[in-house]
Design a protein around this ligand. Structure first.
Ligand SMILES: *Cc1c(COP(=O)(O)O)cnc(C)c1O
Length: 415
């Protein structure tokens, strides 16, 4: 593909107007929306209104008058539309790690009640570490076993010993996407529950939790949902399980009647019991603006249209890199059905300095230890020409050797 052909794709792109929703700094090609989504134009004014009017002027009355109390449900209902969940089934709260602790605890309680001989949590060895740490901690607490395997070996592990299959739908490093329907079905056939982390899926790929047989799900607000740094995360429990158990962080916001201030815990009905403490109102205001940027694509075909563009972008970028950068290996799947919204490349020695040199050129991706160059391509705000230009910058960094400069070889705390 030539640069002119990439420009022609942009001219014909029905989603192109979506880019105007974002405040993109000039001179930057942003390929890190899988780590921190771009700032929506609406966010600053919205947060300022919440600060000045709702907090500054209306003060504590805003819990009622501005609907602060309902934010976890209101935004939850919006995210539900993106992941195949119903209204009232999903809430926004806490971080992905904390929500995972809640749902994995509840899933293990269910398994302990229904099938106490099942003592295994199965996950993928290359799952995001926080997911594995949470599972490890719960396994230690309950005397269970965390069993890790490569993606292809997971189905063979699903047997009568397994309580919960816990997976991240799209792998954060490789960009490889699991078949949620097939694996959930395999888990159920073995009598286990299926728990999915949608951190790299929500707002990035179509997800249909109910159709595909998920029992529990969590996901992230600051990646493809553009909610801002440290945005609250979300949690979903299939309605058939939502009231079976308490989650372990039984705080007052998950109580049936928090403002009765009674000493005993009575869980709220449904998913509301997965709330714990007071909603983070400022962060929720920013998150809602971010979620709205994804929902704005609904009249243009929604997640299906975003997915089609995402696949075309990742394909274009991967093909250009393969054609022009022979020293890099393509790690993310070539098969569209298996690829999330990112392209991962590897180099055994110079992945880190190459990413730094690219960032200095305004092409922002990231490095994932030990050898991965990771590029998230967000269809809401990226153009085809951006993908083409990014690949060209990468070629120049490699051909010129500019990655050798000392400043690109110095490790920062966040990579
Ligand atoms: C980004 C990400 C997280 C982040 O968890 P936090 O609690 O928000 O820090 C968790 N799991 C996966 C799979 C992720 O990709």
């Amino acid at each position: 593909m030539t640069r002119d052909q990439a420009l022609a794709l942009d001219a014909a792109d029905a989603l192109a107007p979506m880019r105007a929703q974002f405040s993109l700094p000039p001179g930057v090609i942003y390929l890190d929306g899988n780590s921190l989504g771009v700032l929506p134009r609406a966010t600053a004014a919205r947060v300022q209104a919440v600060v000045q009017q709702e907090w500054g002027t209306d003060l504590i009355r805003s819990w009622n008058s501005a609907g602060w109390m309902e934010l976890p449900q209101r935004i939850g209902d919006k995210i539900a539309r993106l992941v195949g969940a119903g209204a009232g089934e999903l809430v926004v709260a806490d971080s992905t790690s904390v929500n995972l602790f809640k749902v994995l605890s509840a899933a293990l309680d269910m398994a302990a009640a229904d099938a106490p001989q099942r003592r295994r949590i199965v996950s993928e060895r290359s799952n995001f570490p926080t997911d594995l740490y949470i599972a490890e901690a719960l396994a230690r607490q309950r005397g269970l076993e965390l069993v890790l395997a490569e993606a292809d070996d997971i189905p063979a592990l699903l047997d009568e010993r397994v309580a919960v299959l816990m997976l991240t739908h799209v792998n954060y490093r490789s960009g490889r996407m699991h078949d949620m329907a097939a694996l959930s079905q395999a888990a159920h056939a073995a009598g286990a529950l299926a728990l999915w982390d949608l951190a790299h899926s929500a707002g990035a790929v179509p997800v249909d939790l109910k159709r595909d047989g998920a029992d529990f799900a969590v996901g992230c607000g600051y990646k493809y949902l553009n909610g801002g740094p440290g945005a609250p995360a979300f949690v979903w429990v299939h309605p058939r399980h939502a009231e079976r158990f308490w989650q372990p962080l039984a705080g007052w916001m998950g109580h049936a009647a928090p403002f009765e201030f009674t000493p005993g815990y009575r869980p709220a009905a449904g998913i509301a019991r997965y709330l714990c403490g007071t909603p983070a109102v400022l962060s929720l205001a920013a998150l809602e603006c971010g979620v709205d940027t994804v929902l704005a694509a609904e009249p243009l075909g929604g997640m299906a249209a975003l997915r089609a563009k995402s696949l075309a972008l990742t394909r274009l970028f991967a093909e250009r890199v393969q054609a022009t950068c022979p020293s890099l290996a393509l790690v993310s799947p070539q098969d569209d059905a298996r690829r999330g919204s990112q392209v991962c490349l590897s180099h055994p020695e110079i992945a880190y300095p190459v990413v730094q040199a690219l960032i200095a050129r305004g092409v922002i991706g990231d490095f994932r230890s030990p050898d991965i160059l990771r590029f998230g391509l967000t269809p809401l705000y990226l153009r085809f020409v951006d993908a083409w230009d990014a690949a060209e910058h990468l070629r120049r960094v490699l051909d010129s050797g500019e990655w050798r400069r000392p400043e690109f070889n110095q490790r920062h705390a966040v990579t």
